[in-house]
Design a binder for this molecule. Sequence first.
Ligand code: HPA
Length: 273
Amino acid sequence: MSQVLQQINESVSYIKSIYKDEPLAGIVLGSGLGSFTSEIKTELEIPYSNIPNFPVSTVEGHSGKLIFGELSGKKVVAMAGRFHYYEGYSAQEVVFPIRVMKYLGIKTLLISNAAGGMNKSFKVGDMMIINDHISMLTVNPLLGKNESEFGTRFPDMSEPYKKDLINKAKLIAAAANYEIKEGVYAGVTGPTFETRAEYKMLAILGGDAVGMSTVQEVIAAVHLGLPVFAMSVITDIGIREEENTITHEEVLQAAKDAEPKLTHIFKALIAQL
Ligand code: HPA
């Protein structure tokens, strides 16, 4: 058995030894979006540091635990705190929890993140359904020998974000009277925010929003055959004529402000799974 499969088996066995139910959906919470977890009727929380082979989260605003429980009447597992490539983890480490959640039984993956807006019609606080992505020099987590247990050597990436989930989310947003954007997420490594020239370039290349997560997780999920729904909260506007700087604190605050809407959409979507 390959090393990564063995590691996943160890993590999964440990979790199954203390939590018996099979989660239907996995949820990854982005920067400033962690209080979503208070909506979950929590049955068990497992700090990452207790799980064999799990990386440990280091960024402010990411608490670092798996939360098991019920949301909208469905069993879910949520990652409070994700792993970013810029923290120094390998691409394989970044996607390790996605693989663990798959082997715990999830059938759908929901992802949120904070992102910088580049589409000129976006403003801070907007929510954007991700309908495609561009990997901007993010390292592909599938590099190296293919683990055929996970999936095929050359995964098709024509629909990484499932259309039926996007359509359901749009109906949910419309029913709640939320204005919702839709667009392409450009994934970068960070940790620097982009220069003015880089924001401009990413917009020219077709990006509507830019962020430092998600792309590697989605690639791993597609490899595993997991349907994905992902949403960005626009926490800052990269393309502006006037002088502007971006701080992590501003990003966290903007995410917090938009969180109730994102929570509603995720909850309603999970109810329909
Ligand atoms: N750029 C990259 N990542 C981000 C941004 C941004 O402007 N905002 C939040 N995450």
